[in-house]
Ligand binder design. Sequence first.
Ligand SMILES: *Cc1c(COP(=O)(O)O)cnc(C)c1O
Length: 368
Amino acid sequence: MRHIPFLDLGNQYLSIKSEVDAAIESVIRDSAFIKGKYVESFERNFAEYIGVKNCVGVGNGTDAIFISLKCLGVGGGDEIIVPANSFIATSEAVTLAGATPIFVDCNEYYNIEAEKIEQSITSKTKAIIAVHLYGQPADMDAILDIAKRHNLFVIEDAAQAHGAEYKGRKPGSFGICATFSFYPGKNLGAYGDAGAIVTNDDTLAGKIRMFANHGRVDKYDHKFEGINSRLDGLQAAILDVKLRHLDAWVEQRRSAAGIYDEGLRDAVVTPRVLSQAKHAYHLYVVQVEGRDKVRELLKERGIETGIHYPIPLPFLEAYRRFGYAPENFPVAAEYAKSVLSLPMHEGLTEDDQECIIAAVLKASGNKD
Ligand SMILES: *Cc1c(COP(=O)(O)O)cnc(C)c1O
């Protein structure tokens, strides 16, 4: 039977094998495992790609959020606004920093509903974490405006948004800082855990660099206690290779999204895109009636799908202490029942897509 994977990292590797193998060999030959020139090179190239002054490589995308919060002075008693619809890393980092996540419902773009942010702001609020979910930038103008009026930091969680754009600029250059994950399955993925923080604020960048490396300025000169969360040389060298292909890969994702939009328009709710945004389609998420049955039928035809996310953050067991009910986040609660993520990667063929579209049409009762 035909098998259509959700993601195909093996195939991607084969398409850049000689470049990746050479990069890995160089790092090992130079013993540049921690810090060093490969990390510096990627940090420079990624900052330039995003269009910001500084990039600090860290261990992963969750640490990137935690480190940002700590270096902005967030701690006990503070409240941080986060979207109800995201991966747990967003709110987990808030709790880890000693603060309390305050969830806000999502809009029809699956991102935080800016109009519902203000009613959640209190005297304890310190920051808003704007997640660019599925690869689509959040409503940054509205969010930045609210933050300015209430004197709050905006941190962009851009873990899913490598290659996206908002008003011609890359996510990562709007907030005080932005965090990236290079988890293997992201649009720009390492071959293990990796992450980064980008910022135009030189002082903040310096503090982040120290905090992520034991608060040190020199080998045994520690100005304060930090943590060990560093981007390693092998991952940096691999990311530097992949960064050169990122824009072309994101364009391929956009073409694939166009084909899905066209073929599925009458059967499901296809992704809506903000007029001022360019979606990077980390995930292609539709809403479909009878989602679980549709998913089962696709599986029978060898088509892998995902659900992002089956349980909105406020309703997770991890947050039972807050006692939230579906009516507190009606949009997120509703979407969780019908969202389905279809296979999406730069190697998806038109043949695969034809197969997927036909299966979705059949499963959703629109065609035999
Ligand atoms: C993947 C992801 C993270 C966490 O990144 P890791 O590198 O896995 O720690 C954070 N936020 C969002 C929205 C993500 O999708």
